[in-house]
Design a protein around this ligand. Structure first.
Ligand SMILES: [Zn+2]
Ligand SMILES: [Zn+2]
Ligand SMILES: [Zn+2]
Ligand SMILES: [Zn+2]
Ligand SMILES: [Zn+2]
Ligand SMILES: [Zn+2]
Ligand SMILES: [Zn+2]
Length: 420
């Protein structure tokens, strides 16, 4: 069975708050994407009646037909779907007041569930009322018990899919977990790590990609891997050789390129690296293009992803992400600041990876302390670079976007929320 408790808590809160039935509470919660604070806010500003009407919720006390029906108490009704005349006990009336025979309702529910519908509407033409969940279960259970189970599963999925603070872990093969971020409000711009180990962007569910914003990362990933144009642009524009500043060219061979001055780089991402490498990997280096299984080093990933950001931010993407024309001067200033930070980061990440690769048994303790200090410096620069991107550069775009705050220890570990 599915752990429904968080969902049930929200439902009960709304049912008690507004004195409505479960399906009405669910409809309202889906309408507000399961944000309780939105519902309190709407209740305050609009009142109960208007809030419910806006979410297409019809309450039994508000429909004219049941009021009329209560006066006459008929014993027989005619179903307007099959035109059968039958005793009232074999028909059911929804909150909206529309009454059909139980057989017709059952077939309607069964077909809706089979098409994956979570919010089953009334059969009456143009009636937007959502059917009572208890009635759906009661009627479907009698004839199609499997469909009734599927309906419960659909309702859980709706809680996950329509809820902005909950996402399925994007791992493949799927680990079966859904992850919830606690913070209301800014949950869209954070990165989380599932207990299965997959770190992902909560906003777009791609593997963690900060400090590159989602829209830019999506474009970057859509490019064919090792796209020569973007790499050439990066090497020519944001980075020539980190040591001697001369542009670097690649003439076939593996993905390690070496400048005339001796500095080595990863051709795929442009980051400076050590010399040691095989055809598949460069020792101590991992980037989104050139994966190494080893533990990542501090600042390594933010650095390699910052090239993707720079590529689009500074017009390498052919103007897909335009800055305000009036902000040209600010852009030039901020770009200088950013490139300065990026260069410092390149320098220190390279230094750190050389330090960690070095064999100095007699000075191990000293070297370790140096590496710790250097890692701290790398973290501080990363933090500055993230803030520069978020505060100085992204606001200059015609279409502003956001990135998560820098987390030195990687994305927050998320609590397992639900397991399907
Ligand atoms: Zn009927
Ligand atoms: Zn209706
Ligand atoms: Zn997972
Ligand atoms: Zn993203
Ligand atoms: Zn050089
Ligand atoms: Zn080689
Ligand atoms: Zn690389």
């Amino acid at each position: 069975m599915y752990p429904l408790y968080p969902q049930q808590q929200d439902l009960s809160a709304v049912m008690n708050l507004l004195n409505i039935k479960q399906h009405a509470a669910r409809t309202l919660l889906i309408h507000h994407r399961w944000k309780m604070h939105c519902i309190y806010d709407h209740l305050d500003r609009k009142g109960r009646g208007r809030m419910l009407t806006e979410a297409c919720i019809v309450l039994p006390e508000n429909n004219s037909m049941s009021a009329a029906g209560s006066r006459t108490h008929p014993t027989r009704v005619t179903c307007n779907v099959c035109f059968e005349d039958l005793p009232i006990t074999e028909a059911s009336t929804m909150d909206c007041g529309h009454c059909f025979c139980n057989d017709c309702w059952t077939e309607h529910f069964f077909a809706s569930i089979n098409s994956g519908c979570k919010q089953i509407r009334c059969m009456e033409v143009n009636c937007k009322a959502i059917c009572d969940e208890d009635m759906v279960r009661r009627l479907v259970d009698q004839k199609y018990p499997a469909a009734s189970k599927r309906f419960s599963r659909l309702l859980l999925e709706s809680y996950l899919e329509d809820n902005d603070s909950v996402k399925w872990c994007p791992s493949a093969p799927h680990c079966g977990r859904a992850i919830q971020v606690a913070a209301a409000g800014d949950e869209r711009h954070s990165e989380v790590a599932c207990p299965c180990g997959v770190a992902f962007c909560f906003s777009c569910t791609a593997p963690a990609h900060s400090p590159c914003p989602c829209p830019m990362w999506e474009k970057w990933e859509a490019k064919s891997h090792g796209d020569a144009d973007s790499v050439k642009w990066i090497l020519a524009n944001t980075k020539s050789c980190p040591r001697c500043s001369k542009p670097i060219e690649k003439n076939g061979g593996c993905n390690l390129v070496q400048c005339k001055c001796g500095q080595c780089l990863c051709w795929l991402c442009g980051a400076p690296t050590g010399k040691e490498h095989t055809w598949e990997r460069i020792s101590g280096h991992s980037c989104n293009r050139y994966k190494e299984e080893e533990e990542e080093e501090a600042g390594d990933k933010p650095l390699s992803r910052s090239y993707a950001f720079a590529y689009y931010m500074f017009d390498g993407g052919g103007g897909e992400f335009e800055a305000h024309p009036a902000e040209r001067a600010s852009l030039a200033v901020a770009r200088n600041l950013f490139e300065d930070q990026q260069q410092q980061l390149e320098h220190h990440v390279e230094h750190l990876s050389r330090m960690l690769a070095a064999d100095v048994p007699e000075e191990v303790a000293v070297a370790k302390q140096d590496a710790v200090n250097l890692a701290k410096i790398v973290e501080a620069i990363c933090g500055k670079m993230y803030r520069c991107i978020q505060d100085e550069l992204l606001p200059l775009l015609v279409q502003p976007m956001s990135i998560p705050a820098y987390r030195p220890d990687g994305p927050d570990k998320a609590e397992e929320f639900v397991r399907a």
